[in-house]
Design a protein around this ligand. Structure first.
Ligand SMILES: NC(=O)c1ccc[n+]([C@@H]2O[C@H](COP(=O)([O-])OP(=O)(O)OC[C@H]3O[C@@H](n4cnc5c(N)ncnc54)[C@H](O)[C@@H]3O)[C@@H](O)[C@H]2O)c1
Ligand SMILES: O=C(O)C[C@H](O)C(=O)O
Length: 335
């Protein structure tokens, strides 16, 4: 009867429970609350906060929070970025510009592609075995960019590269709970595809409320939830606080899984076999996490006719977004 508990204790005693987490872009709208939430996470033992400006200030502030982890800030000195990355178990990248009203995420490509490429190169050199979590948009392209950079250096491990799409399921569960008058923690909604507009595909037929798949307004709200925030912020950026929560949840799930917890499942945009036969190399679906990163990519499962149409609409854009990222690195390799 007590066996699982004893087993758990034995396992945690023998597993490496020291966890360095690095945030690149730590002084930004997402970076600051994300770093604070990571400081509150007892599984994080060391926090490294890097930004092109303001990293040490944010680190000094957060370091006064009375939890046990150490916090250090880094500037872009010749060795600052490498020091922030060295020994990291998890690297989160929210560095990059956010949208303004009227922009698509793809409109960020010209600025963010090179930022993410260069940070990925630094990560591939200083901490090639870390889990790399990409928040910077357009995620559908920035994740393939990282894969290409790691491949070029011969250190690509598809099990360690994640596009953070957690915010899409966070939104979906909250929006459903508002409609149904339920607690969002009881509303687990699968969202698959990518992270922009029609590439975001909620699968309500697999939830407790299959009828919702016919609710076009709700589907649209999940697909364009980011635009709702961009519009409300009126030029001052996009989602930062809800994104920080979603990023911290994804990091915590990886830490729990790496420290031996079984059955940890998160949605995430990964190098996936699910639609490779259709030329789509990266896809977000429910993924079981483990000590090596991706443990198992779960199938999309049954979808209804509404969702099948959404999936078909997703594939075209997603394929183009992925190809754009791959082509960018081929034409503009990191220096
Ligand atoms: N994946 C998602 O669900 C999701 C959700 C929200 C926002 N985002 C994206 O996250 C990104 C950041 O959004 P934000 O609101 O925090 O923007 P922000 O402008 O407030 O912060 C970005 C930070 O990145 C830093 N930065 C820029 N270039 C850098 C570099 N080369 N190295 C290190 N730091 C650098 C900036 O100095 C700034 O502090 C945007 O691209 C946005 O679209 C993604
Ligand atoms: O909408 C954006 O540009 C930011 C982010 O991708 C989001 O979904 O909130």
């Amino acid at each position: 009867m007590f066996a699982p508990r004893i087993q758990r204790r034995m396992f945690s005693a023998s597993t490496r429970n020291l966890s360095k987490v690095t945030v690149l872009g730590a002084a930004g709208g997402i970076g600051q609350p994300l770093s604070l939430l990571l400081k509150m996470n007892p599984r994080v033992t060391e926090l490294a906060l890097y930004d092109i400006r303001g990293g040490p200030g944010v680190a000094a502030d957060i370091s006064h929070v009375n939890t046990k982890s150490t916090v250090k800030g880094y500037n872009p000195t010749p060795t600052g970025l490498a020091q922030a990355l060295k020994g990291s178990d998890i690297i989160l990248i929210p560095a990059g510009v956010p949208r303004k009203p009227g922009m698509t995420r793809d409109d960020l490509f010209n600025t963010n592609a090179s930022i993410v490429r260069d940070l990925a190169k630094a990560a591939a050199e200083a901490a090639p075995e870390a889990n790399l979590l990409i928040i910077a948009n357009p995620v559908n392209s920035t994740v393939p960019i990282c894969a290409e950079v790691y491949k070029a250096r011969g250190v690509y491990n598809p099990k360690r590269l994640f596009g953070v799409t957690t915010l899409d399921v966070v939104r979906a569960s909250r929006f459903v709970s508002e409609i149904k008058g339920t607690d969002p923690k009881d509303e687990e909604i699968t969202v698959v595809g990518g992270h922009s507009g029609v590439t975001i595909v909620p699968l309500f037929s697999q939830s407790k409320h299959p009828d919702l798949s016919a609710n076009a307004e709700l589907v649209n709200r999940v697909q364009f939830g980011g635009d709702e925030v961009v519009k409300a912020k009126d030029g001052a950026g996009s989602a930062t606080l809800s994104m920080a929560m979603a990023g911290a949840r994804m990091a915590d799930s990886l830490l729990r899984a790496s420290q031996g917890e079984k059955g940890v499942v998160e949605p995430t945009f990964v190098d996936s076999p699910l639609y490779k036969d259709q030329g789509i190399d990266f896809f977000s679906s429910r993924v079981e996490l483990g000590p090596n990163g991706v443990e198992k990519i779960l199938p999309v499962g049954e979808v209804d006719a509404h969702e099948q149409k959404l999936l078909e609409a997703c594939f075209g854009d997603l394929k183009k977004n992925i190809e754009k990222g791959v082509a960018f690195v081929a034409a503009n390799p990191p220096m």
